[in-house]
Design a protein around this ligand. Structure first.
Ligand code: ZN
Length: 266
């Protein structure tokens, strides 16, 4: 097993906006870190209660927030996440609502778990999703407030064109051309991402990443491209997760980079 115990005693904190962000943005890396011995803590700011629903029958008489909470815990279990902190800030309004509270929650989580690295969205929020940008802003300022004692901060990025390739692969498998990624234009993903500084090979963890993504059943329905791509296609398309180390005053040594290949930009 590669990386076995390499991260023993290390803690990584991932901060995201909605259930499913963790699996789509960096599920392979979280699983790889967990397998390498890291304690992975996931902070999710909202229950995703305002998002579209793939199948109302999955919610039944219950409420979407609790269904998505269960789905998130299932995904976290698949990825080997040790602790899930799920907050109830308003989905769709994360950039402006509860700003001091979310900031304080991230600060107190960093104080409590003392992570060796923090992962979150970059400035582009993957595709300019305002909730994602809000979580990026809160996490950035929370980490920055630790000054030189701040843990290293890492931004998830998405290669431009990759979601288009995922959709095209699913269509070649028979997915309807009308199906969509929650109504988001596939080319929007990663469109304005700054170049990564390193890329983590997660190909051996892709089947778990895909299983975690699919466990968000109220978001990933039968017509989702994530449901229709084969493991071999996923290994090719989702098997590399790019990251960028954020510029902070942190004096800490790099941590997650140990898993990655440095990207030399031309
Ligand atoms: Zn999201």
């Amino acid at each position: 097993m590669p990386d076995a115990t390499e991260f023993s005693g290390r803690t990584i904190l991932a901060v995201f906006a909605h259930p499913d962000d963790e699996s789509i943005a960096c599920g392979g890396t979280l699983a790889r870190l967990a397998d390498a011995g890291a304690t992975v803590v996931l902070l999710c700011a909202s229950h995703g209660e305002c998002g579209s629903v793939s199948d109302r029958a999955l919610v039944g008489d219950g409420d979407l927030a609790s269904v998505r909470s269960r789905e998130l815990h299932e995904a976290a279990g698949i990825l080997g996440v040790a602790e899930v902190l799920l907050f109830h800030h308003p989905d769709g309004d994360l950039r402006w609502a509860d700003v001091p509270q979310l900031h304080a929650e991230i600060v107190s989580t960093i104080e409590r778990v003392r992570p060796d690295g923090v992962i979150t969205f970059a400035e582009d929020g993957l595709y300019w999703h305002l909730d994602h940008i809000g979580v990026h802003e809160r996490t950035y300022t929370a980490v920055l407030s630790f000054g030189a004692d701040a843990p290293p901060l890492y931004y998830v990025t998405m290669p431009k064109g990759i979601m288009r390739d995922v959709v095209d692969a699913a269509i070649s498998n028979g997915l309807s051309k009308d199906s969509s990624l929650w109504g988001i234009e596939p080319d929007a993903f990663g469109d304005h991402a700054k170049p990564p500084t390193f890329v983590i090979d997660v190909r051996p963890w892709v089947s778990r990443k895909l299983a975690a993504i699919r466990s968000h059943r109220t978001q990933i329905g039968p017509n989702s491209p994530f449901r229709q791509i084969a493991d071999t296609q996923a290994r090719e398309l989702l098997g590399f997760e790019p990251f960028r180390r954020a510029p902070t005053e942190s004096r800490w040594h790099s941590v997650i980079e140990a898993l990655g290949e440095r990207v030399v930009s031309s």
